[in-house]
Design a protein around this ligand. Structure first.
Ligand SMILES: Cc1ncc(COP(=O)(O)O)c(C=O)c1O
Length: 379
């Protein structure tokens, strides 16, 4: 018998209580009962987002929220600046091009955060850019970009919006959407919201609404203006993912009870322990600007990272993630968000120790686990 653990950076493990709430008999989406749940969820989303902006909910994966942002803010022929520092940064640029938007890519070496000076330079060179697109946390490399600094910089530009993919960041660490002037912020359910896949949430600032009112890119389902109208009637434009929204309500209630500061401290603690274990095992982290959302570990010399992932999944029942694109085989990634606790991290580290030894890279058994235990005992 194999017990399964999900510790990849998404989809994440879901609290069984949340799963059970979602499995209750379905209710109709045009009912007062669902409207009041939806209204409560939107209020709690504002708490999580630290915003007064409207939060729109779509039935899609996170990429749907990204596509919605491009399609609702821009028109064919517009120009946009994209920070491309990994797989998901590339996605912004591809989405813009799909909608006929001219892109100015700021290519950043994978593993590094963008330097705000690079964005300033691009903005100075392209004052007609309508938007700057970025990830808060680039999940493919484990890098955290300086969105606070960038938000303050772009706030001064009346005709440019700042669009942040926070799919693996919102709820993991502090993101003050209003204070930092983040105009559009996208997240998805299967990451830091600790739910199964299927929901995208997008917050929209006043500045972004003004742009959405003028944008001409084609769109149908992903329509901010239609959703705003529906929102005023306490509903959604089309059939929402009822069960997932009910689950979201439960997760947000738990987040509220815990308080944002404690939620962020929890992720910092899990991350701190695993990062201490990496060092103790004589391994290296891949990102130069790491986040507390995930730990990205370089596969040691002579070891293919995909083999580590495979042994964990197939022999030990533990799912972590490997590298994507140019990082395939070179790294492996462990999540700190989702329904996870300190004991899960100890299990993940123990499994990595064993797998590396199996693959011929000698790591003293227990070295990473001891560092984890030490960290948890003292923090
Ligand atoms: C930062 C980031 N952006 C976008 C996505 C794409 O989200 P989805 O797979 O839900 O469409 C992911 C998922 O891994 C992500 O981590």
């Amino acid at each position: 018998m194999k017990k399964r653990y999900l510790m990849a950076p998404g989809p994440v493990a879901v609290d069984p209580h949340v799963m059970s709430v979602m499995s209750e008999p379905l209710i109709h989406h045009r009912s007062p009962q669902f409207s009041s749940i939806l209204t409560e969820v939107r209020k709690d989303l504002k708490y999580l987002y630290q915003t007064n902006n409207d939060c729109l909910i779509f039935a899609s994966s996170g990429t749907g929220g990204m596509e919605a942002s491009v399609a609702n803010l821009l028109s064919p022929g517009d120009k946009a600046i994209c920070v491309v520092a990994g797989k998901f940064g590339e996605r912004w640029s591809e989405l813009c091009q799909t909608y006929g938007v001219e892109t100015v890519d700021i290519n950043v070496e994978w593993g590094h955060a963008v330097d705000p000076a690079q964005v300033k330079e691009a903005l100075d060179e392209h004052p007609d850019a309508k938007a700057v697109f970025i990830q808060a946390h680039e999940t493919s490399t484990g890098v955290k970009h300086p969105v606070e600094e960038l938000g303050r910089m772009i706030a001064d530009k009346p005709d440019t919006v700042f669009v942040v993919d926070a799919i693996s960041a919102l709820g993991v660490y502090d993101m003050k959407v209003d204070e930092w002037n983040l105009d559009v912020v996208v997240t998805g359910s299967q990451k830091s919201l600790s739910l199964p896949p299927g929901l995208a949430v997008v917050s929209v600032s006043e500045k972004a609404w003004k742009m959405a009112e003028k944008a001409k890119a084609p769109r149908y389902y992903f329509n901010f203006l239609k959703e705003r109208k529906a929102l005023a009637r306490e509903t959604t434009a089309y059939t929402p993912a009822v069960s997932l929204i009910i689950g979201l309500g439960e997760v947000l209630k738990q987040f509220r009870q815990m308080g944002l500061e404690n939620l962020f401290a929890h992720h910092r603690r899990l991350s701190g322990a695993v990062k201490a274990a990496v060092k103790a095992m004589g391994l290296e982290q891949f990102p130069k600007d790491p986040s507390e959302a995930i730990t990205v570990i370089c596969a040691p010399e002579g070891v293919n990272g995909q083999d580590v992932v495979k042994i964990l999944r197939e022999d030990y029942g533990i799912t972590i993630a490997g590298g994507q694109a140019q990082l395939k085989g070179k790294i492996f990634r462990i999540s700190h968000y989702g329904y996870l606790c300190e004991w899960d991290m100890i299990i993940a580290v123990a499994a990595v120790e064993r797998a590396l030894n199996e693959l011929g890279h000698k790591v003293p058994l227990g070295s990473g686990v001891a560092a984890c235990q030490e960290y948890f005992a003292n923090n």
